[in-house]
Design a protein around this ligand. Structure first.
Ligand SMILES: C[S@@+](CC[C@H](N)C(=O)[O-])C[C@H]1O[C@@H](n2cnc3c(N)ncnc32)[C@H](O)[C@@H]1O
Length: 354
């Protein structure tokens, strides 16, 4: 809210009090920066991708390697504020009916799916009609793809009562979505006991029911009762490189070695959970990552070592860009987060063990 000159004056005053000998020098540097700002910033941005895109160098290189055509758009999109997206509880209405309720109280939104709405402007959740009763939840568009992908449709639909494992459940957004769409015998597991409290809160708000369990999905002995699952959602721990626009600090906190560790953990989770899946069952693997190592490459490697697994149609990598991804970031503020989805079916007697 202050003018540049006020800021410089205050900064120099501050230096005068603490380091009087440096005040003249600081004053000269800051005033010269104000005079030459456009040139200096332009030069820096042209020469230094770290300054231009506000990402660490290794991350920029990785995005360029994985997405040579879309790298610039992806890096720029990570600095654009994301939209607030809602999921209307299918047990209470749909996007059209909820958009009308919102319009009545002056909140405008675009319909983005049968039960999805993107708000023109973010609002506090207490302003959303029926939020406390679970009629609506805040969930990104790409995250909303998980539950329908696991549940299937038509002849492929998972029947009521199917035994489902949500292996990395907290804070429970996808758990709740699954239960909104189908009545399931659902075990919501998470290694982090404190985060599991959030799953309980999410389900309580919506009056939905699941069995909650703290445990490591890669070490089932302590928590598994020996009954195979008809369907497993593995929303795996990942770099979160697909949601950096929501958590800008992630890119600075991660280290390149973290990706290697995460890829190894994801592979271990995949292998272990595959063994808990009933013949004829399905597993959905998801990460909120842009990196192919945590998406397409991870699943290719799994299929190499698990040749009997059947890869079914799934969205694959979803980039957080608008429809026009030819280098332009237009519309990206309304696009879903970066995600990867694969669905893997286990051959065998079809039909859930309900
Ligand atoms: C991407 S978040 C899941 C988001 C959640 N599915 C949702 O939609 O709200 C990943 C979760 O995996 C959990 N996690 C990490 N390693 C795990 C493990 N070995 N076993 C079970 N949960 C794990 C983390 O505690 C974290 O809550």
């Amino acid at each position: 809210p202050y003018t540049d000159h006020t800021l410089v004056d205050q900064a120099v005053e501050c230096v005068r009090q603490r380091q009087p000998g440096s005040a003249g020098f600081i004053n000269a540097v800051l005033r010269r920066f104000l005079r030459e700002r456009h040139l200096l910033v332009a030069q820096l941005q042209a020469e230094d991708p770290v300054a231009r895109y506000q990402h660490p160098r290794w991350w920029i290189d990785k995005v360029r390697r994985d997405w040579p055509t879309h790298a610039t758009a992806l890096l720029e999109a990570a600095n654009v504020q994301p939209p607030m997206t809602l999921r209307v509880n299918a047990r209470h209405g749909d996007a059209t009916s909820y958009a009308e309720q919102l319009a009545h109280i002056g909140i405008t939104a675009k319909i983005a799916g049968s039960h999805a709405l993107v708000l023109d402007q973010a609002v506090p959740v207490h302003r959303l009609p029926g939020f406390d009763q679970g009629h609506v939840s805040v969930q990104d568009l790409s995250a909303q793809l998980a539950a329908p992908l696991l549940l299937g449709e038509g002849a492929d639909a998972l029947p009521a009562g199917a035994r489902v494992l949500d292996a990395c459940a907290a804070p429970g957004g996808k758990t709740a979505h699954l239960l909104e769409l189908q009545t399931l015998d659902l075990l919501a597991l998470d290694v982090d006991r404190e985060r599991l409290v959030k799953v309980a809160q999410t389900l309580a708000r919506q009056n939905l029911h699941a069995t909650l369990q703290a445990g490591d999905a890669a070490e089932p002995t302590p928590w598994w009762d020996g009954r195979l699952f008809d369907a497993i959602l593995l929303d795996a721990p990942c770099s979160a490189s697909g949601i950096v626009r929501r958590h800008p600090d992630i890119r600075w906190l991660r280290r390149p070695a973290d990706i290697t560790t995460l890829v190894r953990t994801q592979a271990r989770l995949l292998d272990t959970l595959w063994s808990l899946l009933a013949p004829g069952g399905r597993l959905v693997y998801a990460t909120c990552s842009l990196f192919k190592a945590e998406g397409a490459d991870q699943i290719d490697a799994f299929l190499q070592r698990t040749p009997h697994a059947i890869r079914r149609p799934a969205p694959g990598h979803r980039l957080p860009l608008g429809e026009n991804v030819s280098g332009s970031v237009k519309n990206c503020s309304e696009a879903g987060d970066g995600f990867y989805y694969a669905r893997l079916d286990k051959p065998g007697a079809a039909g859930p063990s309900i």
